[in-house]
Design a protein around this ligand. Structure first.
Ligand code: NDP
Length: 508
């Protein structure tokens, strides 16, 4: 998708957009019944840009009731899959028409660089929704291998009312990852965006009316996680929660489920992902480019960020020199300037958290070799890409998810030690491996405890491959690919006994 405008043009769009502020329930925008709102701050400038409805449990109750009514009516859940596909594709076309507006909303809400919003977040969300729309009328159910005397149908049915509680790091893309498969199979979906980043989801909701998604089928409930998020988690009439965010809050959803109706819980959580570079890796310039991208992209606010570089001694110094050089490419600054590859952190609170980790790294004796400081830019919250060398596996910055542009470099003697350090974490979302030895690549890819292992590149696969974590990085399912639909379906067995004697009796 083309569309990089100039900074002035993006500013002009930002200045002319009517910023969304109300929740979207039953096909209409509405304030919270209490009238409460919370401010939204552009973290790149520190300015309050709008007030967003702070939904309470009464608003959540209303939203769930309307979602349930829509589901039970069959207006979407029993719509022919081909018709559902067409409606979803129309939504994607409308997104394409409004892509600049969506990109600018995403950027001013989250501090993300506009270049990423235009070239990655918005097009990938559209691709994701279109892909799942196309799946809607191509998913087949199954017949069991039960012999001639029986017919066992194994059919999928939409689970019902699905609530998606979302993070702020990829606001619209995470909507796409959840909404695409959940809508394609016929559910009513309630989105609860992160408090910092509501606007692109609300804009999508506006477009959904024109696309023809019936009222109640797509809902956006805004508001605080501990209020609106919890109310969804505890609600007796929500059938499934799909959550992306911190491991701490993810675990709460398991408690909510246990305390309410045993709703299905699917969690995509944090990571402390390793990038393992062995001394037979080829083309260290290329490796360095991937190492830098893996940790700095999106200001490191990425669950699959490779925040640990585990590198074999023989090539460490050469690689590190190249990584330091590549770091210069990650120009940090005002997000609406398309020349900047990195923008601001999402909030002052998160900025403080990351800076605190940088302090801990220094205090625990790691050697700060790049960055480590805030970048002054008005009231925005920017952090320079940062590299610590001399990190040991037990240091805090090697163990805890920082969620910032901070790389911890850990030197190892051997491939076996690299593997041991890589797996020495409570997380298991993603791992990258660089080696030219194909046997070793296969073996280590199997041994790395992560939901996705990329070999000789950094990445997450694509829409056709499942994404989710081992250990405390995930629970209950996978985003993306055809497996994503299973998260939002019940499985039903319909059994016919074909061996009836009465048929024989009738014939005689
Ligand atoms: P959270 O896990 O707190 O937030 C994720 C979502 O959960 C938000 O919509 C949030 O709402 C909601 N939520 C928060 N508390 C509750 C609750 N008690 N009950 C129900 N819902 C709740 O992430 P943070 O924004 O606080 O980020 C903290 C850390 O989490 C980051 O530093 C990072 O380490 C990790 N993280 C991981 C992500 C990933 O992609 N796996 C994404 C984001 C963060 P609200 O925003 O209103 O609080």
């Amino acid at each position: 998708m083309s569309g990089l405008l100039t900074e002035a043009e993006f500013e002009s769009i930002a200045g002319s957009i009517v910023l969304p502020s109300n929740a979207f329930i039953n096909g209409k925008f509405m304030a919270a019944k209490s009238g409460k709102t919370t401010p939204t701050i552009n973290p790149a400038t520190g300015k309050v840009i709008t007030e967003i409805a702070a939904c309470q449990s009464e608003d959540v109750d209303f939203a769930v009731r309307k979602a349930r009514e829509a589901f039970d009516s069959g207006v979407w859940s029993r719509m022919h899959p081909t018709d559902r596909k067409h409606v979803m594709i129309k939504l994607v076309k409308l997104m394409k028409r409004h892509r600049h507006e969506l990109a600018v909303l995403e950027s001013i809400d989250s501090g993300k660089p506009i270049v990423d919003c235009v070239e990655i977040d918005i097009p990938e969300t559209m691709h994701c929704l279109a892909w799942h729309a196309e799946v809607a009328d191509k998913l087949y159910d199954k017949v069991s291998p039960s012999g001639d005397d029986a017919l066992g149908l194994i059919v999928r049915e939409p689970i019902g009312v699905v609530a998606c509680v979302l993070p702020w790091n990829f606001p619209l893309m995470m909507v796409g990852w959840k909404l695409g498969p959940a809508l394609a199979v016929g559910n009513s979906v309630i989105i609860k965006p992160a408090s910092q980043t509501n606007m692109s989801a609300l804009k999508l909701a506006e477009l959904s009316i024109e696309a023809g998604i019936p009222p109640g089928v797509l809902t956006v409930v805004t508001g605080d996680g501990s209020v609106a998020g919890k109310a969804l988690g505890m609600h007796p009439d929500v059938n499934a929660i799909s959550f992306t965010g911190s491991t701490v809050v993810g675990k709460r959803f398991l408690e909510y489920s246990a305390q309410s109706n045993l709703k299905r819980i699917v969690l995509e959580l944090g990571g402390k992902n390793p990038c393992v570079v062995l001394d037979d890796a080829e083309n260290l310039d290329y490796v360095a480019e991937h190492v830098a991208r893996a940790v700095f992209w999106n200001m490191g606010q990425n669950c699959s960020s490779n925040s640990r570089l585990i590198v074999q001694k023989g090539i460490k110094d050469t690689l590190l020199e190249k990584v330091i050089e590549k770091t210069k490419d990650w120009r940090t600054g005002y997000p609406l300037n398309p020349a900047n590859k990195l923008g601001s952190m999402v909030s002052k609170e998160h900025f403080d958290k990351v800076m605190h980790y940088i302090d801990i790294g220094k205090k625990e004796g790691a050697s700060l070799i790049v960055g480590g400081e805030a970048i002054e830019n008005g009231n925005g919250v920017y952090i320079a890409p940062t590299i610590f060398d001399g990190v040991s596996r037990d240091m805090t910055i090697a163990r805890e998810e920082i969620f910032g542009p901070v790389l911890a470099v850990i030197e190892v003697e051997s491939a076996a030690e690299a593997l041991s350090v890589a797996n020495d974490t409570e997380y298991g979302l993603q791992a990258s491996l660089f080696t030219s030895n194909v046997n070793r690549a296969h073996r280590m890819a199997r041994e790395l405890q992560a939901g996705t292992v990329t070999v000789n590149c950094y990445g997450e696969g694509d829409i056709t491959t499942p994404f989710g974590g081992y250990k405390q990085s995930g629970f209950g399912g996978r985003d993306n690919s055809l497996l994503a639909h299973d998260q939002y379906c019940e499985t039903k067995t319909i059994w016919y006994d074909l061996s009836d004697n009465f048929i024989d009796a009738d014939l005689s």
